[in-house]
Design a protein around this ligand. Structure first.
Ligand code: LLP
Length: 422
């Protein structure tokens, strides 16, 4: 459920007509709903209660500081994967003790930043990283709390580019090697082993892969405890999928997921962390665009929008589907027309959808891409020197620009001419 609905024939973001935002901000832009973000965050906290838990929002899915502050003020933790994301969490006022640091290639500078600024735990992904963290922490006279990310060799049955839990993937340590790596970690200076981490992939639409992975984590918890480790926290990753089409998709709900967590690891007395991104942010955002032209092609009609692959790359990158709806609600009984929906970028890959039935549209009409909150703005680029797409946050009847569209001046000023060209 989200808060982008038609009212009196006009698409609203909560209580604000999307067309009003478009008039104020210009297109394209992303718009996020506070009520949807809040609701989705609470679905997880409710699903995990009464287990002691922290829901750490995966910042990579949507990292605007205003969004992070919205969630952080509710008590959410944050899952970060870079020094930049760590600084975003801090800028949103989230204390270090609610920030977990994931990622397969943390640099020593990033480790130092987090150790000095405060961190709940590092999710360590391999032995070289473990040794580097030990050196950095010991050098600072600090102790780094860690979990080790294990790779359970489970097929997440999702798009191959976002599956992470198979042994051929770059993530974590093979679960069979866990005893040896935990023993090494326990002996290293500056390291305190506190738990286990697992994350098997993103946009999972079945619970079964989670179940397989979490049962392996439960076994591992018992084994590591018998080997003398104080395993008291389990980070179970993110990955719960969302429906991208209104019609037939019904991925498992957070309540089912919570019940599964209780069933598989609930009796271990561990504090539970999860790192959902998409389920919190995905359906909390729209990308709004205008129709530049409707062009009749060879046996097809092109809807040429002012949004492009640089603004929302998921369709070209993963073949992902996003529902595309007009901002003015079509009159009942309007027959949809099949369009190839494309952007202005100079490559054929800049195609959002082919033969997509949408109500007939004309130049200047507004359309919205649904479910664009996650991995939308964060993956945007300035390809074709198209200014980075702005972001707007709505709360009730209020809206605010939370990232402005840069001017061409600002963009051009970032390039500098070397002395030999002057
Ligand atoms: N934790 C870790 C360690 C992760 O790598 C990820 C996502 C998450 C949590 C959050 O997963 P979520 O709950 O959002 O599924 N750009 C791709 C998705 C990449 C996901 C990367 N890791 C897309 O647009 O589908």
């Amino acid at each position: 459920m989200d808060h982008f609905l038609y009212r009196n024939g006009a698409l609203h973001a909560e209580d604000v007509p999307v067309a009003v935002i478009a008039a104020a901000v210009g297109t394209p832009f992303y718009v996020y709903s506070t009520a949807t973000l809040t609701r989705h965050y609470h679905l997880f906290t409710e699903a995990l209660a009464p287990l002691p838990n922290l829901v750490c929002f995966a910042i990579k899915s949507l990292s605007n500081v205003a969004v992070l502050k919205t969630l952080g003020d509710l008590g959410a933790g944050m899952d970060v994967v870079s020094g930049g994301e760590y600084l975003r969490a801090k800028a949103a006022g989230v204390p270090g003790e609610r920030i977990v640091f994931s990622g397969v290639g943390k640099t020593r500078e990033e480790m130092r930043l987090a150790l000095e600024g405060g961190i709940r735990q590092f999710n360590v992904e391999g032995e070289p990283e473990l040794r580097a963290l030990s050196e950095v922490a010991a050098g600072l006279g600090r102790t780094a709390p860690i979990t080790i990310r294990v790779n359970p060799d489970v097929d997440a049955r999702t798009h191959e580019k976002i599956a992470t839990g198979k042994k051929e993937n770059k993530f974590g340590i093979p679960i069979e090697r866990a005893s040896a790596v935990y023993a090494e970690a326990a002996a290293l200076p500056g390291i305190e082993v506190i738990g286990i981490d697992v994350h098997i992939g993103s946009q999972l639409t079945e619970l079964e892969p989670f179940e397989q992975a979490y049962l392996k984590v439960a076994d591992l918890t018992r084994r590591l405890r018998s080997e003398g480790h104080d395993i008291r926290r389990l980070d179970l990753g993110g990955g719960l999928g969302i429906p991208y089409t209104r019609s037939n998709e019904a991925p498992p709900l957070p309540t089912d997921y919570g019940a599964l967590i209780k069933r598989t690891v609930g009796d271990l007395g561990c504090e539970i962390e999860i790192e959902p991104g998409r389920l919190i942010s995905g359906n909390a955002g729209l990308l709004v665009a205008s129709v530049i032209y409707v062009k009749n092609g060879e046996g097809r009609d092109f809807l040429i929008l002012d949004a492009a692959m640089n603004d929302l790359v998921r369709p070209s990158m993963y073949g992902a589907h996003h529902d595309i709806i007009p901002v003015i609600e079509p009159a009942p009984g309007t027959a949809p027309h099949p369009y190839d929906v494309v952007g202005p970028v100079c490559e054929t890959g800049d195609t959002f959808a082919k033969g997509r039935p949408v109500a007939p549209l004309r130049e200047g009409d507004l359309v919205a891409f649904r479910s664009a909150g996650a991995y939308g703005a964060v993956m945007a680029s300035e390809y074709n020197t198209r200014p980075l797409v702005p972001e707007v946050l709505v709360k009730g009847d209020q809206f605010a620009v939370i990232r402005a569209r840069p001017s061409f001046d600002e963009i051009l000023k970032r390039d500098t001419i070397p002395s030999w060209l002057e």
